[in-house]
Each structure stands twice: as C-alpha cells, then as structure tokens.
Design a protein. Structure first.
Length: 459
C-alpha cells in the first residue's frame, strides 16, 4: 500500500535528510531543462507536496513526485525549515511552503511547457461522417441525437476547411460516429480530397466492427491510410447480442472477431474496448475464451476495459476499477496485449486530451467542437465560417479553472484540469490511488536513474 502526503502527513516519520537524496528516477527531462530549482526561504515552514506519493516496497520507503516525475528513496519529514538539512528536498519540490497553492503551480508549469514546446507538425481532425448507427447499444453515448449524415456539399466543405486550416502539410484524420462505416463514401471522398490537395495524412477509426469486410480492409490499408482502429465489444456472446442490440437482429459476434484478426494480419493496430458494468463482468472469462480461439492473428491486438459512464458517476466505481486492475492476467493469458486505461505516467504531459491538444471535431452538420464529448454549448464555429467564437474554445480549455475537488488532488497532472470537461468520475482519486500502486512498486524494483537530453513529446 502507499499513501499520499496530503492525506497522511501524520504517518510520516519525522526524519531529516542529512545525506544527499538517493534518486530512483530523475526529473522529467523537459522539466529539468525549463524549471529552476526552488529556493529555500528563511523562516518558512515546509511540508510534503500534495504531489508526493509516498510508498513502501521490499521494506524500504520511497517517494514519487507526480508533477516532476522524480522518484527518491527515503521518507519525507512531516515539516521542516530551511537550514534543517532538507535543502535538496525543497529544491526538488518534494517539500513546499505550508499553505502553497500547488494547483496554481501546476497550471504555471503547464503554461511554461506549452510555450517551450515546439508546435505540433501534424493537425488532428476527428470527423463524424454520420450519427447513424446499425446498433442500439443499451449504453449509447449519442442517445437522443438525430442520426444526421453528411451531405455531399458538407463533405466538399470539410475538404476545403481542412486544406485551409492545415499549415504543416500533414494531418491526422479520425473517423467517429455513430458508426463511421455507414459513411464509407464520405471517408472515400475526404481521403481523395487530401490527396488532391497534396496533404500527407494518416487516419484512425472507432467502430463496432460489424460492417468490416475484406474490401473495407483493403481501403483501410490503401486509400484511407488507417493505422489504428478501436473496436467495441461488450463481453460474451449473450451479453454482446443483448447490449449491442443490432437493428438487423444479426449475431455479429464471430464476424467482428474474424474482422479483428484480418485487420491485425493486414498490419492495422486493433484496440478492443470492452465497455463494462456489473451486468456483463461475470461473462468475461467466456469472452476471453472466445477471443483466444476467434482471433487467430493477435500480433497487433490489445484489449482494455472501460467502465460505462453510469458506473463512473455512480458510487460503485471503485469495485469495477479493482476488477479491471486485476484483469491483466485474463487478457495476457488469452494472448493479447493489455492496454491500461489508468496508469502512473512517467513523463510530464501538458496536454491531457484531444481538446487540449488542439484537435478539431467536425460533426455531420459541419459544426466545430473541441472534443467528441462536448455539450451543445461547446460549439465554437463551423466549417463555413471557421472558428467564429474562438473565445468559446479557449474558455472550454482553460486550465486555470479547475474543479474545486481537484485542486488538492495528487493526480491532477495525470488528469484534465478543465472544469468544463463533461467527463467526471465519482471516486477518481481513490481509483487512481489503487490503480497506480503496482506501477509505483515496479518503479522501485527497477531503480532506474533515467535522464536523457532527448526532448519528449508533451501532447
């Protein structure tokens, strides 16, 4: 078990560091370049940072700083003053002035990193060819939305808009929906438009997989230049049929598995997302038995679990997350790579989501949004007028407007700081604490002192 400094100051042994810190992992290389050491101040009382995650492993004590990503061996004092042997801990920000607003510090560092980092040379566009779908998932994230499909006129304007917005010669196209493969011709035409404009592009897709055929796979590896796809599958056959509830009444269960195998064989990275709650969890062993035999080519296939939003917002989300944490063996024994949903990040990232990274969502009507989860008020323009309300996008992505419950959280650097973000978990702090415990122990076991001059991507 481990605990965070902000929760358990009383558990810290008051032991002043008289010797040099023993580093297990050095500060993130980019932060080491741009962030000067903190200066100890006379007469100031210092206490453990809210970002200091203290844990024990193998009978030894360690502290991981979740903002700077530095890890040291030893314990922190519950409090100290400058000149009492804690200068290194103060300089490294493991100890901070009592009462310091560390949320403000995080926001300042994020702004600094954004200013320092080079501009991305690839612009991202998430395009929704249609909101129509051939399934009626019981948890549908677009429930209540009209099944609008892009018109030919809108498709041509999308091409013009991307061409005008692109200043690097390269774009990343994402296909989303609804079920994007119901808009196959739209995807064909937009990709053709990119080639006509001389724009280098790659693409990715989120799909239920039911409409994938050999011909579609040839398009994916050819004109669509699709390198990654996320396929949603929701458990064993009986759960899948009930929860997907396809209009045609077809059983696509085995067909989707065959498609996953065929895409992997064609060189496409496939990520199977399994949306879970208590109702379908018990069938997971049967689901993985079927995956083991149904997907013959597993080379590029990974699997991860995602709790439904109703679970994440409810008061039983910790129980589901613990089951997800313990599912690694189930996934790996079936022969697939385990794609973790939450984990300890060992590099500082200024951008935590597509909205923050500057991507643009284009709806079937041509409206522009910062991300696919945005409510109607998040609209900031359209493909004809452009970013008519650029201030609305900036307002949505304001990192200095953090939810009150998040300001003191030790995991804020691993989450979004947007108060406007519609995605929220009921017990996110407790979930993070439980899920990263094993990562911290593995960090102690490696005892790597990693430092490189290579600039790491931050978005």
């Amino acid at each position: 078990m481990y605990h965070t400094a902000i929760h358990s100051k009383s558990k810290y042994i008051v032991r002043i560091f008289q010797e040099k810190m023993i580093e297990i992992r050095k500060t993130d290389p980019l932060l080491a370049k741009i962030l000067p050491p903190a200066c100890p101040a006379e007469g100031v009382t210092y206490v453990p940072s809210q970002y200091a995650l203290a844990f024990t492993h193998g009978g030894k004590h360690y502290v991981f700083h979740n903002l700077t990503k530095q890890c040291i061996e030893g314990e922190l004092p519950s409090s100290c003053r400058a000149g009492e042997g804690c200068a290194d801990l103060i300089k490294a920000r493991f100890l901070v002035p009592e009462g310091k607003d560390e949320c403000a510090t995080y926001n300042q560092i994020s702004s600094l990193v954004r200013a320092y980092s080079k501009k991305k040379d690839t612009r991202g566009f998430l395009i929704l060819p249609t909101l129509g779908c051939n399934a009626r998932c019981v948890y549908c994230y677009e429930e209540g939305m009209k099944p609008v499909t892009m018109t030919p006129e809108t498709v041509e304007q999308v091409i013009r808009f991307i061409t005008e917005q692109n200043d690097s010669g390269r774009v990343s196209l994402g296909w989303f929906g609804g079920e994007p493969l119901l808009g196959e011709k739209t995807i064909d035409r937009i990709c053709e438009g990119m080639r006509e404009a001389g724009i280098e592009y790659t693409s990715r897709m989120t799909s239920n997989g039911s409409l994938i055929t050999p011909e579609i796979i040839r398009k994916m590896t050819g004109d669509w230049k699709l390198g990654k796809i996320q396929i949603s599958m929701d458990g064993a056959r009986e759960d899948y049929i009930r929860r997907k509830n396809y209009y045609a009444g077809h059983d696509y269960y085995s067909k989707v598995m065959e498609a996953v195998s065929a895409m992997s064989e064609a060189g496409i990275a496939v990520n199977i997302r399994c949306n879970v709650d208590e109702e379908n969890w018990e069938g997971m062993p049967r689901f993985f038995d079927d995956l083991r035999t149904g997907v013959s080519n597993k080379d590029r296939v990974s699997v991860y679990f995602a709790p439904l939003n109703t679970v994440r917002l409810g008061n039983n989300d910790v129980a589901i997350w613990e089951k997800i944490r313990d599912s690694r063996q189930l996934i790996e024994e079936a022969g697939f790579r385990c794609q973790p949903f939450l984990r300890l990040n060992l590099r500082f990232r200024a951008c935590r989501c597509m909205a923050d990274g500057g991507s643009v969502v284009i709806t079937p009507e041509g409206s522009l949004y910062p991300c696919e989860h945005c409510p109607e008020e998040g609209r900031y323009g359209d493909i004809w007028q452009g970013a008519a309300d650029a201030d609305a996008r900036k307002e949505f992505c304001r990192v200095d407007r953090t939810r009150e419950k998040c300001r003191s959280c030790p995991f804020l650097p691993d989450c979004t700081s947007f108060a406007a973000c519609p995605v929220e978990d009921h017990d996110c702090r407790e979930v993070f604490e439980r899920l990263v415990a094993d990562d911290l122990k593995r960090l102690a076991e490696t005892k790597e002192s990693i430092h490189t001059d290579e600039e790491m991507p931050v978005c």
